[in-house]
Design a protein around this ligand. Structure first.
Ligand code: FAD
Length: 623
């Protein structure tokens, strides 16, 4: 049977990629349908209920700057907030919150239900309708056909999902949910390259069975960070602490003794797991000389007794899981509420995607999230937003848009995936971005909100807030620039008196802010220099833009130089062996890939900036 309504965009999957995709398409005016297995699990966190962290927090802010929901949902659900790398430079500072799983899901559900242009339907999708190389709709489990002009597939770990606990294994999309087996089979028939990856999760524990007196308390930060540019710490619910426990040598002995029954070491699991989220058995094998590993004991929610022991993800048999958990000091009487497990699933080589996240093989079909080889809610949500936006733009006959690497971590993520592919679950880090001083958490709105507004992703309210902030920053910088400070004048004397800083020559107050011993609060607290602005976001911008002005300018020049070279052509018959100084590895990679531009060459993994400089010099000489 065919459903009577034809949609512009259908999004399959109600996870982190799917909800952002559906919301983005609908915000841009596309008549959108979100089709998912179970409406109750929309916005469900399959693993740890935490949002943000290093690199990931940057993605959350960028999603927010483009009008996405993740940051606002986190603001309403975060029960312990921290700024990671707080003592380091602004480029690598990152926000993270432990979230109440149910509050987070409720916030996403609310947003999806109240979004104009968005309809919901509960049903698994078994098939795609494809006519002359173009997707035209989907078929659900009960044979119902929905037609659409674009389809975004965001089915996470569900494709041919197989769950492993010790020697037992069964089909599943994640614990408690069915796999998408029929759809996986159908996708394997399409001209898109598929392979297997794996991920895992720890056992959950009843917090009432833990002796907290043996753990180290980890309260959140004061003042509490906020994720959304439109958010406020008053939106946060009641706050609680996380805790830290430690594994012991006895824990490690138990794990070693159980390895022969581990599906990861018996050869039962073939997919590659996340390098940066290894299972506890992986850690014991890879770091054999370590006698202890930290376990972060994280609450699952305010109304839940369950805790998430972050750091002991495992697929060992249940008896080994129980023994290893109980060998951790403080966990001697722990009651496991859910066993840990590993899951293997199908993913697709993201090099088969255009930067818009449309598949190269089938027009109108977009892929986003874990199925593109990534891991993590934030990575999934970022891709979902771009795929949903571009699905809407395709239908509206507008050009696709994806941020560049120098504009956003979202650009870095998508460029890394579509240029280099990935052989293991890909997660974001600040080290993946070459322009990280420019791509900070604090300025994602300044980088992206104008563009988001132009494309219909961002509400006028958010755009007005950005314009107000930008004006306030400019006004405050101008005010400080106009304050003339000199040895012996009133301001100079106040500086000596209040901060014990003597001037050797005259300068503006703005210049003084560049000094390492002065920050914005300290400067504007000096008699005659204040009052400073009250808005913390504005104050931070004034400080960062001033303190790092020199570095930022240098990076802007580098970006401009890079953009000029991005499209420099490399002739088809170019002989790389003539370029002196290239390493054997780089030479082989270039000869194999035969990039057509310097931009493409630079994105081949292992091709260093130094190699690109040598190439550019050689190309210039040839001209
Ligand atoms: P998901 O959140 O999985 O959402 C998929 C959605 O698609 C679901 O709503 C599902 O019901 C729906 N769906 C699937 N098939 C169909 C169909 N045929 N028809 C209709 N709807 C369908 N991330 C980390 O960063 N670190 C970790 O350590 C980590 N461990 C994990 C452990 C486990 C066991 C699992 C399952 C995930 C783990 N993750 C981890 C990954 C994290 O959960 C995902 O990266 C993230 O959820 C991906 O979001 P997504 O939107 O792509 O997919």
């Amino acid at each position: 049977m065919q459903h009577p309504h034809t949609y512009d965009v259908i999004v399959i999957g109600g996870g982190h990629a799917g909800t952002e995709a559906a919301l983005a398409a609908a915000r841009c005016g596309a008549d959108t349908l979100l089709l998912t297995h179970n409406l109750e699990t929309i916005g469900q966190m399959s693993c740890n209920p935490a949002i943000g962290g290093i690199g990931k927090g940057h993605l959350v802010r960028e999603i927010d700057a483009l009008g996405g929901i993740m940051a606002q949902a986190a603001d309403h659900a975060g029960i312990q907030w921290r700024t990671l790398n707080a003592s380091k430079g602004p480029a690598v500072r990152a926000t993270r919150c432990q979230a109440d799983r149910n509050l987070y899901k409720a916030a996403i559900h609310h947003a999806v239900e109240h979004q104009p242009n968005l309809s919901l339907f509960q049903q698994g999708v078994d098939d795609l309708l494809i006519e002359s190389g173009r997707v035209t709709g989907v078929v659900t489990q009960m044979g119902l056909q929905f037609r659409a002009r674009a389809v975004v597939l965001t089915v996470g770990t569900f494709l041919a999902g197989r769950i492993h606990i010790g020697e037992s294994q069964y089909s599943g999309g994640r614990a408690g949910d069915p796999p998408a087996s029929a759809l996986a089979k159908r996708l394997r028939e399409l001209p898109v390259a598929a392979d297997r990856l794996k991920t895992g999760t720890p056992p959950r524990i009843d917090g009432r069975s833990i002796d907290y007196s043996r753990l180290q308390e980890q309260p959140g930060d004061t003042p509490m960070p906020v994720f959304s540019y439109l958010g406020h710490r008053d939106h946060h619910p009641r706050q609680v602490s996380c805790w830290i426990a430690q594994t012991t040598e006895h824990t490690h002995d138990l794990i070693r003794a159980g390895l022969d029954r581990s599906p990861m070491y018996s050869g039962q699991i073939e997919g590659t797991g996340p390098r940066y989220c290894p299972s506890i058995e992986d850690k014991i094998v890879r770091f054999a000389d370590k006698t202890s590993h930290q376990v972060f004991v994280e609450p699952e929610g305010l109304d839940s007794f369950e805790i998430y022991p972050n750091g002991i993800s495992t697929s060992l048999p249940f008896d080994v899981q129980l023994a290893l958990v109980r060998s951790i000091p403080g966990f001697e009487h722990a009651h496991i509420t859910r066993p840990g497990y590993a899951i293997e699933y199908d993913y697709f080589d993201p090099r088969g995607l255009l930067p818009s996240l449309q598949t190269r093989a089938i027009s109108g079909l977009f892929f986003a999230g874990q199925i593109n080889g990534t891991t993590g809610y934030e990575e999934a949500a970022a891709q979902g937003l771009v795929a949903g936006l571009n699905a809407a733009r395709l239908v509206q006959e507008r050009d696709a848009w994806t941020p560049r690497r120098d504009e956003a971590y979202i650009g870095v993520l998508i460029d890394d995936l579509t240029s280099n592919g990935t052989l293991e679950p890909y997660r974001m880090f600040t080290s993946r971005a070459e322009y990280r001083l420019h791509l900070r958490e604090d300025n994602a709105d300044l980088r992206l909100t104008d563009k988001g507004f132009e494309m219909g992703l961002v509400t006028p309210e958010r755009h007005t807030a950005l314009c107000r902030k930008r004006d306030a920053v400019e006004r405050e910088r101008a005010r400080l620039q106009a304050l003339h400070v000199a040895p012996g004048n009133a301001l100079g004397d106040a500086l000596v008196r209040d901060r014990d800083i003597a001037l050797s020559r005259e300068s503006s107050a703005l210049d003084l802010l560049r000094r390492p011993e002065l920050d914005y609060a300290a400067l504007t607290g000096v008699d005659g220099f204040g009052p400073g602005v009250e808005d913390a976001q504005v104050a931070l911008q004034v400080e960062v833009q001033t303190k790092y002005a020199g570095y930022l300018e240098r990076q802007r020049e580098e970006i401009a130089r890079h953009r000029r070279n991005e499209h420099t052509a490399i002739p088809d018959d170019f002989d790389y062996t003539c370029v002196r100084g290239l390493s054997a590895e780089v030479l082989t990679k270039l000869q194999h890939a035969r990039p057509t531009t310097i931009g493409q060459a630079a994105r081949i993994s292992g091709v260093t900036p130094a190699a690109i400089s040598l190439l550019l010099v050689h190309l210039k000489r040839r001209r």
